[in-house]
Design a protein around this ligand. Structure first.
Ligand code: 5GP
Ligand code: MN
Length: 323
């Protein structure tokens, strides 16, 4: 951590980036570290390949995120947050790799330790927790915008303090963030209480799609493009749906298969699927996701796959035989 701080203190323009389809931790930890560095007089650019989901746009300064960066030569340092590997940032990975210093800050067990410096703590409940410690060590005062960002990162990555990554530090840091200006009701209201009616209808279809393995230990939820069209919703509306499949009694592994269209330029579009996996603590889904080219944590992981839906489902249902 000391070497990272020393480097940042003397660094020129800094790029802050996190993963595609950003969640509360990706956005919260990016804003927190970026704003802290800005208060030290640093020139900071925030990058995210996908648009910020509507429920996170209440975060102050989130409108500063840009969806394109053209040239690596405008930056001296890139800080990559909440990404198990550098390709999680999306298409800009090839540009970011050329930035002279890449700093990798993450809490995923499958992290590939890319970059010139890495700050990885797999016991941290969220990347926002690691960023909190870094900001403290840098002696930067935490203003209310930084506090709201860190609070949101921890609240969302712990599923509102329900998931197995929730620990006493999650509460201790959040308590401090509340004292520094994060309003828990307001954040919860924005994140969980501002859904469109379409999203609720999509949830209805998603719940209806749940299939259970013969032994009852594995559940699969499927969300298709057709469901998005029928309900006028987008993939980021699916955030959190998998918890319904996971919450069924006896279920040890829950999967959510999300159909997505991949843009192949002038060759048109093709179908691709993102599979999210959740488990109780008895099964390591991070290993399963890594096997399929993805990654994550032992109890929450994911991967992308391009093969027919029926084949993907049968691969997933096969996992139930080992449960
Ligand atoms: P989710 O299911 O919410 O998309 O992701 C669960 C966890 O797995 C997150 O921590 C996320 O960063 C990680 N994850 C999801 N998809 C991928 C993937 O395609 N590659 C990698 N390396 N990690 C993933
Ligand atoms: Mn995270």
């Amino acid at each position: 951590m000391d070497k990272i701080i020393q480097h940042l203190q003397q660094s020129g323009p800094i790029l802050i980036a996190s993963h595609i389809n950003p969640d509360g931790d990706a956005i919260g930890s990016s804003l927190a570290i970026g704003l802290a560095l800005e208060s030290l007089g640093k020139h900071v650019t925030f990058y995210t390949e996908s648009p910020i989901p509507a429920v996170y746009r209440f975060l102050p300064e989130s409108d500063r995120m840009v969806e394109e960066i053209n040239a690596e030569n405008q930056f001296q340092t890139a800080i990559i947050l909440d990404c198990g590997d550098i390709y999680r940032v999306g298409d800009a990975a090839s540009i970011i790799e050329k930035i002279p210093t890449v700093i990798n800050i993450d809490h995923h067990i499958t992290n590939t330790k890319f970059g010139n410096y890495s700050l990885i703590d797999t016991t941290a409940c969220a990347t926002a927790e690691i960023v909190y410690r870094l900001i403290k060590k840098m002696n930067v005062p935490i203003n209310n915008v930084i506090a709201i960002s860190i609070y949101t990162g921890i609240m969302t990555d712990t599923g509102s303090f329900r998931f197995s990554n929730t620990n006493k530090d999650s509460f201790a840091i959040c308590e401090e963030m509340i004292a520094l200006g994060a309003d828990p009701y307001l954040v919860a209201q924005y994140v969980y209480g501002t859904y469109s009616l379409g999203r609720i209808k999509l949830l209805n279809r998603a719940i209806d799609s749940i299939e259970i393995s013969k032994n009852g230990k594995l559940s699969v939820m499927t969300v298709t493009e057709e469901m998005f069209d029928e309900t006028n919703t987008k993939p980021d509306d699916v955030d959190g749906f998998i918890n319904y499949a996971k919450g069924i009694e006896d279920v040890k592994i829950a999967a959510l298969i999300l159909e997505q269209h991949k843009n192949n330029g002038n060759k048109g579009t093709s179908k691709t699927y993102h599979v999210s996996l959740r488990s109780d603590e008895t099964v390591d889904v991070g290993e399963i996701a890594t096997f399929y080219g993805g990654g994550g944590h032992s109890t929450a992981a994911g991967f992308s796959i391009e093969s027919p839906l029926a084949g993907i489902k049968s691969k997933i249902f096969n996992l139930a035989n080992k449960l």
